[in-house]
Design a protein around this ligand. Sequence first.
Ligand code: SAM
Length: 241
Amino acid sequence: MSEVISERTVEVPWLMDTIRSIGPKELLDVGYAGGWYLEDILDMGISCYGLDSDVGRISGGTLKVDDKKKAEWTKIAERMITCIADITKYPEDGQDDLSFPVVMCISTIEHIVPCGYQNDSALDMESDITAANNMKKLVADGGSFMLTFPCGVEHFFYNRCRKTPLDHPKFIEGNYDLMVYGKERIDRLVGDWKVVDKKFWTRQSGVASSFEECDEDVALSKVPIANIPVQSVCAIRMMAP
Ligand SMILES: C[S@@+](CC[C@H](N)C(=O)[O-])C[C@H]1O[C@@H](n2cnc3c(N)ncnc32)[C@H](O)[C@@H]1O
């Protein structure tokens, strides 16, 4: 089978264009670990803060990448101010005085799945919505919140490597713990925030092909499949109401 083209091919150019147009002095990337786009952002002179619940996936190794890649990612993280935290629980009460002109979450919210990220924790069907609401608390007045994630006909996949198979009417077996967002759940991520930019892309010819920009209806009509769940991608920039 030919190589599967990654959604980063459309997410990262959108991200870089948006950051260039905003021109922030600093930003927070939630789920930053392994985000190689951060090197270019740091090179633009922007101070980058990173929050991630599992930085060990870079240095220690739950990620299957070679040592060279891990060294590169570690070097990027050394130029950042980082913290280990679970965004479904952060900021706790009294910790919300931190704020950033840009908070971004790239290809990450879909992994903050109700069944927990790479663990066997209990179902919390609101985990991603809680995470989005917590990220919004970290956006400074007049700042932007940017999200990218897979979309289509709503699906919940659980990693078939879970110790206990998930017995839930909404979840089907897949390669990762991952959600594919339909319209209703996208609207819940946005809540009462004002959408400044919203883009959709979909695979053009065949399930593993490259992505091209499309209308929302086309993107959201695509049915994900277990081996290649990301058939369409959504990117949103929003601001507080
Ligand atoms: C698929 S990676 C994306 C990394 C990077 N943003 C990129 O685009 O390459 C998802 C990241 O989100 C982190 N993550 C998952 N659940 C999280 C949570 N509840 N709180 C904070 N980080 C989380 C993971 O540890 C992982 O580093």
